[in-house]
Design a protein around this ligand. Sequence first.
Ligand SMILES: [Fe+2]
Length: 260
Amino acid sequence: MIDIHTHILPGLDDGAPDWEQAIAMARAAAAEGITTIVATPHHANGVYHNEADVVKEAVARFNERMNTEGIPLTVVPGQEIRIHDDLLDAWGRGELLTLGDSRYILLEMPSSQIPSGIWDLLHELRLLGLTAIIAHPERNAEVNRHPERLAALIEAGAYAQVTTHSLLGGFGSRIEHAAWSLCRQGLIHIVSSDAHHVDRRGFRMQEAYQRVDQVLGSRIKEIFRQNATSIFYNGSIATVENGEKNGSIWRKISTIFRKC
Ligand SMILES: [Fe+2]
């Protein structure tokens, strides 16, 4: 399994605070069958900056430690980048990272709203050959009120990642409901843990995929799993179109492989 959104690097943000916790997270990830992790420390969220060089160096140290400890886990660099006015200039200065050196870049919106500048940003990113993945839209209040606005962002070329804890009720019933609703509307493409700690906010990837299998079916689960792999290998992401308009959710499921 591949997990494209985690906070496993020790001491860089509000994820693992030290090596002991980071190694405990790594062991927990390996134990549930995760083989590859994209480390995505917060960038420009008002507290943490974690520029590209810092993350790359931390990832190199982390993989050395995985070898020393005998933990079968590979970590590649990334960032969870808060959408901010300086983002494109930061890219130009070489401060930003894509996910595992792919063309996919993980963007975080504030929890209250969709930033007004996101439309221009998506356009500019595409001109740079980058494709945005929106982190956990189920936790965004404006998306919850207006899911059609997330649909418009996807129409504009973005993809969306739901968090395992949201699907499993870890953030409460409102966010759980929102997460499944977005999935049913075909507005989610990837499941990731956004893991911060070994217990309180662990990985739960296996559990989440099992729940997706039960609720949405094995075909959707496989699409989500394959999409995480596709990101890692810089391939194309599959989208899911639902059949709600025809009165039968998932009856008219089809996959369209969008070349970006
Ligand atoms: Fe995160």
